[in-house]
Design a protein around this ligand. Sequence first.
Ligand SMILES: Cc1cc2nc3c(=O)[nH]c(=O)nc-3n(C[C@H](O)[C@H](O)[C@H](O)COP(=O)(O)O)c2cc1C
Length: 346
Amino acid sequence: MTTITTTKEDLACYLNTPLPIGNKTIQNRMVLAPMAGLGHIALRELITEFGGFGLLFTGMCSARAVPHENPVLSNVFTWRQEELAFLVCQIFGSEPQSMALAARRIEAEGFFGVDLNFGCSVAAICKKGCGAALLKTPDLAAQIVNAVRQAVDCPVFVKFRTGWENNPQFAVDMAKRFEDAGADALTFHPRVAPDRRNRPPRWEIITRVNDAVSIPVFGNGNLFNNSDGIKMMDQTGCQGLSLGRMAVARPWIFAQWTKGFVPGNDIYHFTALRLTHLLCQHYDDHFAVKMFKKFAPYFCANFKFSQAILKKLIKGDTMAQICINIECLLKEAPETLATPNLTLFV
Ligand SMILES: Cc1cc2nc3c(=O)[nH]c(=O)nc-3n(C[C@H](O)[C@H](O)[C@H](O)COP(=O)(O)O)c2cc1C
């Protein structure tokens, strides 16, 4: 579908247009990108409370571990029953058979769908032949999609990057192969694999990928404010938007873009405090502190004196101390920036 979206209202209207994905339909095209260590059960619950999204994605889970993982004990492969209807579980792996087995468990648990990670360029993942390393072996990547397709009826997503070289045609060819192998939707992040978010993503490659396939393509990369959303939709014609870091910085961003939510002055204090409560509900104190400290740089990027506030906010080793920090630093709303301080968007 090609659209001309020019205003915030047009963007909201477009994002609220239903989108069929495989044998299901989502009512909203703005989704949370998969992020290991950030998109955990507590952040997802917070985002869900604000609302305004179509789907949430888990951080990547090991396909080898998923079939026998205990969600009560796992910090990663864990969810709330209430979110399953709009939650997609992302897996990484390098063997068609283990990816298929993991997908079966994910479908049996009742997730909306399964997402295959062909984009992660972290050395520890690529060394094992997983993530973006699979873009070096296109036949194997297609076999994995095919094996997962054969194993489940629920929607199968593939998240991938431009490849290992700056060659848009490679991304186009891969997109077609994923579609032919049975993928129901693609999330495309137009950066080469060695590039860890330091150069701008090449949105024009999203256009080419989107034009090459008939399944929905979610555009991803550097969506910071509504005008970026409008630009990406207009320039690329993509079917939906996938937001990563900005949804950590502003968990209410989906509600803001699609439901006209207007954050009040107390939004930062409220959000930080609510997240600490949810983290304590789902995790032990030590892990909750660890997750808060991962969240904090993105959140503090909203503030004018971001580095100084961050340093004070994460001081201490207990959630009790973090809550005191929040009261001291955020009770009165700090000065904010229209576009976050990207040096903290690691
Ligand atoms: C801390 C962090 C963890 C991430 N983990 C994953 C992951 O598990 N799986 C994945 O496909 N992408 C992962 N990504 C990439 C994001 O999904 C997304 O492609 C990237 O952040 C660009 O989108 P953005 O500009 O909206 O943040 C991660 C990104 C960050 C910052």
